[in-house]
Design a protein around this ligand. Structure first.
Ligand SMILES: [Zn+2]
Length: 75
């Protein structure tokens, strides 16, 4: 497995990253118009970007999260 550091994908500046909601899937996040402030690392998918209000629920409900959670502040 590739565990070397420095492979994080930077979030493009100027991109208004939308909150993807609790589950990070297309079925969720439709009702949240906030922009994301946190990126939660997932092991089988792209990082889940969430607003502060969805950070807590996403840690409990989203699939494929690392545990303990790995959270980055993105803005
Ligand atoms: Zn949200």
């Amino acid at each position: 497995m590739d565990s070397s550091p420095g492979h994080e994908r930077p979030v493009s500046p100027g991109t208004d990253t939308a909150c993807r909601g609790c589950f990070g899937g297309p079925e969720d996040g439709q009702g949240c118009s906030a922009s994301a402030r946190f990126a939660v690392t997932r092991y089988r998918d792209a990082a889940l970007t969430v607003c502060p209000g969805h950070l807590g629920p996403s840690l409990l409900l989203a699939r494929n999260l690392l545990w303990p959670p790995e959270i980055r502040l993105i803005r």
